[in-house]
Design a protein around this ligand. Sequence first.
Ligand code: DX5
Ligand code: ZN
Length: 224
Amino acid sequence: MDKIYVSPSILSADFSRLGKEVSRVVSCGADTIHFDVMDNHYVPNLTVGPGVLKSLRRYGISIQIDVHLMIRPVCDRLILDFINSGANCIIFHPEVSDNIVKSLRLIRKYGCKAGLAISPNVSLDFINDFINEIDIILILSVNPGFSNQTFLLSSVKKIKQAKILIEKSGLDIDLSVDGGINIKNVSDVACLGVNILVIGSAIFDRSDYLRVMKEIRNKLKNFL
Ligand code: DX5
Ligand code: ZN
């Protein structure tokens, strides 16, 4: 089986020293960074934009950064801003996009990976319809908007279905899960065939990032 990537979500980091926080998790073994963008429309919360991503790059963060756009409507101008600010992968929610294919192709045109995020109340039909246009599927296992929520067991069925869709397609598409993953359930989620685990509070709410990353890797040792 391929390696499972651990992608810390900045949402739970201390934003007053984001560069240091991201550097620390990178040096403790993060594989990619998950950059949550919230607009107070798609979700009832606000976070950061392309300027902050650019600052992280200027600070010296060179690891892959996956931008999770929780914005309504999806906006191609902002997508371009994120690409120009150093995004490697951009994932958006299809049910709030006016032109899904146009945005996916725009992302890929600039060498970024393109992805669709599926919220708990949204059908996987979007994946079926656009499977040839995507590099990553992000299944939300909480209602998006906040970190430190409980993993929704109803998402297990969706993760399994997404895995089947990927296998049937024969395409090289990453399967990522976002929300409520912690030390206790991380290996159960990995068992579902997921290859990128987004983890926020279970990492950043602990003071010793090296220790928690080691604990996570230990839980995943049978998958590596
Ligand atoms: C939820 C975000 C997640 C969240 C994960 O809206 O998309 O990335 O920060 O945080 P935890 O792991 O604490 O659920
Ligand atoms: Zn996210």
